[in-house]
Design a protein around this ligand. Sequence first.
Ligand code: CAA
Length: 260
Amino acid sequence: MEYKNILLTFEGEIGTLTINRPKALNALNSETLKEIQAGVQEVRANQAIKVLILTGAGEKAFVAGADISEMRGMTPMEALGFSKMGHQTLNMIQDLDRPVIAAVNGFALGGGTEIALACDFIYASENARFGQPEVTLGIFPGFGGTQRLPRLIGKGKAKELIFTGKMVTAQEALQMGIVNRIFPQASLMEETKKVAAQIAANGAVAVRLAKMLIDSGFNMDLADACAFESYAFGIGFATEDQKEGMAAFIEKRKPNFRGR
Ligand code: CAA
């Protein structure tokens, strides 16, 4: 598919989806959301890709939010539909059966923080800024900010960010647990790709099952979640990767995982 608002590139086992509307600081309009959905579908269909990185084009912004020009004239029903389209898009990222790393290279505001939160974890450049400034526009987060943010950092911290609409630095976001690591902007993509390559070298089925268990188990009670883990652990022993990984350890060689 031809994309106008995103770039989708593949290097070996790593895919990079770049949101590419630098003139609007990569703001998410409906067209861009549709293209992100198509891009994620393309990755889903390409089994050679083991890890996806999500980033923004340019030096200034990751994503400066949902597109305010498009939202401005929306009726309540149109706004409901737009929010649903945002959720659909972010859920596709969250549910992709491979790890997705957000490389936040500048402003991640409103829908920008929200789309990063739908990824498995976030790396940020030193100049990155996070925030949910929706209340300053007379609205509130509509792409999952009221739900994913408190689940990640706790209700009190999430309420402070959402009620004040204030931006936080990458360093503050690290302390809050929004961000896992910070890099200088010039090396953010290189460092993110190094970690992506480390993940891609591991047993792909094991990584997928681990993602599924963490995400599904998170909302279960501990006993059910642990039982679920045991069943999945058993299924893991039906894979070639389990046989190869353990044989390689015993034979003191590097495993040659085939993702099955
Ligand atoms: N939507 C549409 N256009 C946007 C945008 C957005 N979210 N953010 C920036 N832009 C556009 C600006 O209108 C401007 O366009 P023009 O050059 O045509 O005027 C261009 O991008 C550059 O932006 P600025 O001139 O404002 O750049 P700056 O350096 O002065 O400020 C900024 C940068 C602090 C990020 C500022 O652009 C800003 O505050 N943006 C809006 C952030 C925001 O409120 N995001 C939340 C949106 S609501 C939302 O996301 C709802 C939801 O949960 C679904």
